[in-house]
Design a protein around this ligand. Sequence first.
Ligand code: ZN
Length: 375
Amino acid sequence: MKSVTLASIIARLETAFPPTLAQEWDSVGLVCGDPAETVERVLVCVDVTAEVVDEAASSGCGLVVAHHPLLLRGVDTVAASTPKGALVHRLIRAGCALYTAHTNADSARPGVSDALADLLGVIDTVPLEPVPTGPLDKWVVMVPVDDAPALRAGLFGAGAGEIGDYRHCAWTVVGTGQFEPLPGARPAIGAVGGVSQVEEARVEVVAPRSARAAVHAALRQTHPYEEPAFDVLELAALPSGIGLGRVGELVEETTLAGFVAVVGRRLRMAPWGIRAAGDPDRRIRRVAVCGGAGDSLIGAAARAGADVYLTGDLRHHVVDESLRAGGPAFIDAGHWATEFPWCAPTAELIAGLGVPATVFEQPTDPFGLSAAPHG
Ligand SMILES: [Zn+2]
């Protein structure tokens, strides 16, 4: 068997679910474990329960990958006498690491809501709440033609000119610049009291706004002029392809009742089933989904023109108010059931490194009992 270190599995996970995408309040990443150790088997789950730890320990797993953080709020102790500390102890004793990918796996693409959308046949999806791309500046610098290569190199060195998977991006055109140095000036070209015309390049590059001071310093350093002419333009923020929730289309229009039946067949249902709100005959084509607790995206689903919004943990009043205001129909398919679809592609991602990875199949939904309606 190929020997794969925990560090290399983490690297694969963090490429797929960059920790920088996690919400500020979240806690993601390695909880326990030594990145230098090798891992021979991995278990992927939604929640770290005692049953998950039992299975990990008895099957020789060196890593549990969980969606929900075991330790989220401030932790003072992992004493074995506390419920969560006991699990951490058992994991460490079993030589099993624990790694969490939570809201970073929600926002990433593909992420939790993509797995859910795929399972339900929702295609051409975009995020319900896209995160904006990082703020960018556009720098426009006029420089004597012969000095343009050095200027570009300086700007690139300070972090400018990177767009997606490309670097050293710039656009240059040549024109005529003119100036008249006044008494006291020490011009690199021309003399005090006379107008000079110089063939200049206009160099345009983008740079992260956070690199503005460094780019400005590099410009001053590599430009031959005492007073270089340049513009800094703040570029408008554009939505990116990542973010929370997804909205897309069904290949074939159906009714709300029909779609509820499809959801019931394709998702692992909680013992109490799934529940829906809205006219059963309502036509459904545009579908918004969010794995987990998606209350906060109801407004975004309505603005996106969704015919139905499927998520978990929906509450009476928010659903009632949204329906009265003409919002989408709702399907509450349960928190665990809407996040569980993420486990399989995550196990596949890890198995791609040559480490056997399986999914903990038993529901970890805390609501394990139900009574059927009577009458
Ligand atoms: Zn969740």
